[in-house]
Design a protein around this ligand. Sequence first.
Ligand code: FAD
Ligand code: NAD
Length: 157
Amino acid sequence: MDDRTFRNAMGKFATGVTVITTVMDGEAHGMTANAFISVSLDPKLVLISIGEKAKMLDKINTTGKFTVNILSEEQKDLSMHFAGQIKEERAIDFDWVNELPIIKNALASIVCNVHSKQIAGDHTLFIGEVTDIVTNDGAPLAFFEGKYSKVSQPISL
Ligand code: FAD
Ligand code: NAD
């Protein structure tokens, strides 16, 4: 099967958009990711999937810490920035929780210690144990068929 067929099919699964953040040697690093799931309530665990070519991979392997920042519909520019889709350099003013950078005004910032990891093909799956959460009101940024969109009104019963 060719890659495009796989990606087109995966793109049918509408997701939110997150920016994963961590800090190494005092330097914050962020990366856009939509491979994120809630895993367990007791203990509180989440999962992210990081590609083998991403700079983020070594950083999380080294620090053992990351934050998942769920973006609002007003933060498409941040998603594009942290996916390397905007060429201009941009200084980002992070907030900090327990010495980890978080994205200002994200709908939720979920601070984690790495609980376990599994290499899966060309990605590494990191399960994170949640240590802190910060939330803000707002509507989510969505990603569907390779495009950003807003979530429409709930379907009434
Ligand atoms: P880089 O490519 O070097 O960094 C990403 C960008 O963030 C660069 O522009 C960099 O300048 C900027 N940046 C980083 N830190 C800072 C800072 N402190 N201050 C200012 N700017 C900073 N890849 C996956 O592996 N898993 C996924 O689940 C995933 N989901 C994606 C979902 C979407 C919607 C998109 C668009 C992309 C997704 N990607 C995913 C691809 C991933 O976002 C890119 O490959 C990304 O460029 C990898 O980042 P990197 O760690 O290699 O760092
Ligand atoms: P796209 O059509 O490539 O993405 C559609 C869907 O395919 C994504 O939501 C994801 O589920 C899947 N996908 C895409 N690339 C993948 C990869 N390398 N590994 C596993 N699953 C992948 O959308 P696009 O707008 O062309 O994406 C922009 C860029 O971001 C591309 O370079 C893409 O590879 C990358 N991306 C990577 C991942 C990931 O690594 N998990 C996820 C989304 C986007």
